[in-house]
Design a protein around this ligand. Structure first.
Ligand code: ADP
Ligand code: ZN
Length: 606
């Protein structure tokens, strides 16, 4: 009577095939092996332990630190007919007891626990009362010393191997670094485990980075015109900017809400709930938002301030497109961001070593912004993986930047900086003053400082302020200039010498602000992009129906059906139960629960 993994995948989850490494992992764990799984967000980690738990005798115990998510995960499993439950501190005594009884009676397929529960003897007692199919340790990087929210409770998980030596254990994480991988293996005593390291590529995410002009217009165009009616996250650095930006978007007719740590808890919760439970809500947030938010149909992530590191950028953009559908990561950045971030680091507390480290992280982020080759190749290499060919799905691949030989302007700028530096006894000025000197534009301050006496006065009148700012930014990004101190004054570096001597060429992207502003033919990437008009209409009707169902049951819409399933329905227009089962995301339980309603809706639409 025990089903095979492929049967479970099709009949319970309604998916026609495993993705990536899923099949090997599932087979290995089902056969009783231990596993360490490194897979990017959206890679489909849950299937890796849910399917083996259903194929093996007993209950699968899932240890997950994200208590807030358990409710939705359990609801989603129950919806497909899996006997799942969670135990957490928020439950009443009666609720807890009924779950414990169900477990002891062997009536659960999956039981979710927060890791800290394992430190209570009561939990261990309880677990002994029934047969365990496997232990799944989700977010396993929490055992790592360097994991951002280190959890001492995770260290106790190593003891599971002693108490239950024959129960397979599977540890899963989306954190890729070799150091974390090593720590997970050691601390959870998974030396005998098989390791599955997936590519960290997120091919469905399109990366776009443009330089900042009128950021309000740029953002509005991106959100309102290219992602109308879609859910997304906009990240900004300060609370003030978060509120201001949410205001702009609302003025532009976007359903936007603000989220930051300074808001009252109730308001934050309301914003998060709307984002999770309704379609097409845009959250404008500081980075505090997103940890532990498991919404598969986030269609875009936008950054209007420069993230502090490539790790941060990748983690934040990774929240888009977990369902595998097309999604976009968009960022606008400018010279002011670079200077601001530098100031934050210099002015922050922390020792010299910590500051150096932060600056090095920032410099990699800048490098990502300025590169003139495939962004994805850069990102993957940063995480130690290679992508053989350019990706074809980032701004550089899709619309190769026009390159501009900026060697001479760079020399002019560097020699202005060097001259002020040398002639003014090591004192120098911020970017704005240097640009004034180069363009020969006199301001009171410039005359006061006698900058118009410099020999580089007016030698760069041929370039616009925006172009000069671009040159400054590029040289900062490549380390040929340094911005120092509170005022962001520019200083020369060792690396500027080869440029000054004419031994090194400076190739940079043409300033694209103006061009980007006029870009209206950018390919729309909406969920309905590949649908005909008639199909899109059906999709919208299904979406409306789904929202009603979700509200009625108090679950997020994707728990009813994912966007991919709605798209499948809208394109194939199934007429009977058998045809419905062909659609990805519809298994037996969902067929029984929703089949009739969907068929009725579809037949009314054609
Ligand atoms: P992760 O935990 O790795 O971020 P999830 O387990 O939440 O990813 O899965 C991400 C999305 O992919 C979910 O919407 C899930 O239903 C879907 N998914 C997972 N495996 C498959 C598959 N084999 N076929 C189709 N969809 C899948
Ligand atoms: Zn690319």
């Amino acid at each position: 009577m025990v089903a095979t993994p492929t049967q479970v995948l099709a009949e319970v989850f309604g998916y026609p095939a495993f993705r990536g490494d899923q099949q090997q992992i599932v087979e290995h764990v089902t056969a009783g092996g231990d596993a360490v799984v490194l897979m990017p967000t959206g890679g489909g980690k849950s299937i890796c332990y849910q399917v083996p738990a259903l194929c093996r005798e007993g209950t699968g115990i899932v240890l997950s630190p994200l208590v807030a998510l358990m409710h939705d995960q359990v609801a989603a499993l129950q919806m497909v007919g899996v006997r799942a439950a969670a135990l957490n501190a928020a439950m009443s005594f009666e609720e807890r007891r009924s779950v414990e009884e169900a477990y002891a009676a062997g009536q659960l397929d999956l039981l979710y626990l927060a890791p800290e529960r394992l430190s209570s003897p009561g939990t261990i007692e309880l677990l002994r009362q029934s047969k365990i199919a496997l232990f799944a340790i989700d977010e396993a990087h929490c055992v790592s010393q360097w994991g951002h929210d280190f959890r001492p409770d995770y260290l106790r998980l190593g003891a599971l191997a002693v108490e239950w030596p024959d129960v397979p254990r599977i540890a899963l994480t989306a954190t890729a670094t070799p150091a974390t991988h090593r720590e997970i293996t050691e601390r959870l005593h998974l030396e005998q485990a098989k390791h599955f390291v997936s590519s960290f590529d997120r091919p469905n995410i399109r990366y776009q980075i443009e330089s900042k002009g009128q950021v309000r217009q740029q953002l509005t165009r991106f959100v309102r015109d290219q992602h109308a009616g879609e859910a997304g996250i906009v990240y900004a650095l300060s609370r003030r900017k978060v509120e201001q930006t949410a205001g702009w978007l609302r003025d532009a007719g976007v359903d936007a809400v603000a989220y930051h740590a300074g808001l009252p808890a109730a308001e934050r919760l309301a914003a998060q709930t709307r984002f999770l439970r309704e379609d097409g809500v845009v959250v404008v947030a500081t980075i505090a938002f997103g940890m532990g938010i498991d919404k598969p149909d986030v269609r875009f992530v936008a950054h209007i301030d420069l993230p502090k590191s490539v790790e941060g950028y990748y983690q934040e953009t990774g929240r888009a497109g977990r369902d595998g559908d097309a999604a976009e990561a968009w960022m606008a950045y400018g010279l002011a961001d670079v200077v601001q971030q530098r100031q934050l680091i210099e002015g922050g507390d922390g020792d010299e070593f910590a500051k150096r480290n932060q600056i090095s992280h920032l410099n990699h982020m800048l490098e990502l912004c300025e590169i003139v080759h495939c962004r994805r190749q850069y990102l993957l290499r940063y995480f130690g993986q290679e992508l053989g060919e350019a990706c074809g799905n980032c701004d550089v691949c899709l619309d190769p930047p026009k390159l501009w030989d900026a060697t001479v302007p760079a020399q002019k700028l560097l020699s202005t900086v060097l001259r002020t530096y040398n002639e003014r006894g090591g004192r120098t000025f911020a970017a704005g003053q240097h640009i004034d000197v180069l363009r020969g534009v006199g301001s009171e301050r410039v005359t006061q400082l006698k900058l118009d006496e410099l020999s580089t006065w007016g030698i760069g009148a041929d370039l616009s302020v925006a172009q000069w700012r671009g040159v400054v930014r590029h040289l900062l990004a490549t380390g040929q200039l340094e911005s120092q101190g509170e005022w962001g004054v520019l200083a020369p570096t060792e690396a500027s010498k080869p440029v000054l001597r004419g031994e090194q060429q400076v190739m940079m992207r043409e300033e694209v602000v103006a061009r980007a502003a006029g870009r209206s033919n950018a390919k729309k990437q909406a969920a309905t992009a590949d649908l005909t008009e008639a199909q899109a209409e059906v999709f919208e009707k299904l979406r409306e129906w789904r929202l009603g169902e979700a509200r009625e049951q108090g679950v997020p819409p994707y728990v009813v059906f994912g966007d991919a399933t709605l798209r499948g329905l809208a394109t194939h227009l199934p007429r009977d139960a058998e045809a419905l089962l062909e659609i990805s995301g519809i298994g037996q339980a969902k067929l029984e629960r929703y089949g009739e309603a969907v068929l009725e809706l579809l037949s009314a639409s054609v």
